[in-house]
Design a protein around this ligand. Structure first.
Ligand SMILES: [Zn+2]
Ligand SMILES: [Zn+2]
Length: 141
């Protein structure tokens, strides 16, 4: 897992065990995490402030995306480089996987230029293809 350390260093961060652990979770799980979720996962092994700080660092260094959920909870997700521009996400309510959807059309971005946007909730929710297959439900064409 030398890659994780490199990835942290490339984004100007010192390598710590907690940063590596959380980054690995984000990359391998392909899903989003909020601080309360991680808190529940780590229990006594990590305090809330540390978790907030790790996410804060990741986000401010451009390593992860921060997306505010419909219920106002900030969720963090790792997407590779092709996923940098503003785009909606699809989250599977069965397995929790988050997929990046295509970037918004240029006309959207132009319309927004007229306004001062300080938050955007861009979530689609439902059942992903894998879960549909597993449950043998019909897949939308
Ligand atoms: Zn799924
Ligand atoms: Zn994304």
């Amino acid at each position: 897992m030398e890659d994780l350390s490199n990835l942290l260093r490339e984004h100007g961060m010192r390598v710590t065990r907690m940063r590596r652990t959380i980054l690995k979770m984000l990359i391998t799980s392909n899903r989003s995490f909020s601080v309360p979720e991680l808190q529940a996962h780590f229990g006594d092994k990590a305090d809330r402030v540390t978790l907030y700080r790790v996410f804060w660092d990741f986000h401010s260094k451009g390593l992860v995306e921060r997306i505010v959920d419909i219920d106002g909870v900030a969720r963090y997700i790792y997407h590779d480089d092709e996923c940098k521009a503003l785009h909606p996400h699809f989250r599977c309510k069965d397995c929790g996987t988050v997929h990046g959807l295509p970037q918004l059309p240029k006309s959207y971005m132009e319309a927004m230029r007229e306004h001062l946007v300080d938050s955007a909730v861009l979530w689609f929710s439902g059942t992903c293809q894998d879960c549909l297959r597993r449950n043998r439900l019909p897949i939308n064409k």
